[in-house]
Write a protein of this length. Structure first.
Length: 195
């Protein structure tokens, strides 16, 4: 009986490790009106993207999403791409954040002709600064890119949340129940109310 309990315990530990660790989003509990956290990450070109270089100069939309090359995330990214002229005309900058690598972001951006920065948050630290739930643990996705099968490995899977940061560096909007395909339209409505 002791041996069965020990085996069961080992199996549960192995299962937990294979599924990854879900980090509680208690590191931050941002509310509308709070100061936006400062953060930095590598963008899709491999350059350092620092929030201090952007926040306060424009309205900044920071949207967190689970993974490149997935259905909902592709719809969300393409929505922002298609509405970028309207957003830029309202002095808005958009940045997408996921646990995918710089290389995966490069391919995703090129494949869908995205016209905004994607940040690699491989350890989930940027998500934690915003209080966004993140699961840390390796996950592999196999997708077809340009008629070739490719496998992408990510080390953090981030929940889909969107924030709008006003020109004063304050959280103007926080959406924790984002509808991927409609996110850019919802953000346009939020921006209209800020004017």
């Amino acid at each position: 009986m002791k041996m069965m309990k020990k085996i069961s315990s080992c199996l549960m530990t192995a299962l937990a490790l294979s599924l990854g660790t879900v980090r509680a989003a208690d590191a931050a509990d941002l509310k509308v009106g709070d100061a936006a956290p400062t953060f930095h990450a590598k963008d899709d070109t491999g350059a350092d993207w620092k929030s201090a270089d952007h926040i306060g100069k424009k309205i900044v939309v920071v949207y967190f999403y689970p993974a490149d090359f997935t259905g909902g995330c592709t719809k969300q990214a393409c929505g922002f791409r298609d509405d970028m002229a309207k957003l830029a005309g309202k002095d808005v900058e958009v940045v997408g954040v996921s646990g995918d690598s710089v290389e995966t972001h490069q391919k995703f951006k090129k494949h869908h002709e995205l016209n905004f920065a994607l940040l690699a948050d491989a350890d989930g630290k940027v998500a934690e600064k915003f209080g966004v739930p993140v699961t840390v643990g390796e996950a592999t996705a196999k997708v077809k890119v340009d008629d070739k099968d490719e496998a992408f490995v990510r080390t953090a899977t981030i929940k889909r949340w969107t924030f709008v940061i006003d020109k004063n560096g304050k959280i103007a909007s926080k959406d924790t129940e984002v509808k991927a395909a409609d996110d850019s339209k919802a953000i346009l409505q939020v921006i209209e109310k800020l004017k």
